[in-house]
Design a protein around this ligand. Sequence first.
Ligand SMILES: CC(C)(COP(=O)(O)OP(=O)(O)OC[C@H]1O[C@@H](n2cnc3c(N)ncnc32)[C@H](O)[C@@H]1OP(=O)(O)O)[C@@H](O)C(=O)NCCC(=O)NCCS
Length: 204
Amino acid sequence: MTDAILFASQPTLVGEAVTLRPFEAADADAMLAILRDPELRVLTGSTHSRTDAEADDTDEARIREWYASRAEQRDRIDLAIVDRSTGRVVGESVVNDWSPEDESANFRILIGPEGRGRGLGTEAIRLTVRLAFTATTLHRLELEVFAFNPRARRAYEKAGFVYEGTRRQAFKLDDERIDAVVMSILRPEWEAAGAPATPAAGIS
Ligand SMILES: CC(C)(COP(=O)(O)OP(=O)(O)OC[C@H]1O[C@@H](n2cnc3c(N)ncnc32)[C@H](O)[C@@H]1OP(=O)(O)O)[C@@H](O)C(=O)NCCC(=O)NCCS
């Protein structure tokens, strides 16, 4: 990766139901539990087998090192999603694979079982998109979502991502071939939509 800087520091974003904040080393405990969730492992493509998804083969040392080093990153954004009703870390929201020349990057999000289905994901996506288009020069955010994940697709659509195309049968889960749907959001579209999702207490 280049030494170019997407962010001088990892910010904190305060929304109504969630706070997005830089990772601390101690968050690895919460993230380990989240990343071991079999449903999450299938939905994120972390495994190619539903049976393997149940196995606890997480590399704990690597995960601890990963979350201890997220706050130092300057070419990507990795933010912990904190459920404001409990103060607990429930997932992560990430802007990665930055291409400075194209002013484009990838977006991904994951939330563990305790945080799902309550609107936290949609708010976290909106906050991250807003951050990308207000605090960086990014023009485009893109993502991939498997066809068997309508909940994620719906959350992305609510936050303004639009369908772009399908990578047909791009992923194999056991004997099943799964389409991967490509979605994106462009800065002018986001601005035309009224730059939605102003954080309650802003960016710090
Ligand atoms: C994807 C994810 C971030 C969404 O966050 P969330 O907090 O669970 O989602 P929200 O509650 O904000 O919104 C989900 C929306 O999908 C809808 N939904 C839920 N299940 C659905 C289904 N089977 N079909 C269609 N829509 C569905 C909900 O009704 C809601 O829409 P609404 O507000 O219009 O009713 C989260 O569920 C998650 O991380 N899941 C596991 C990992 C994953 O899938 N990551 C994404 C990989 S691409």
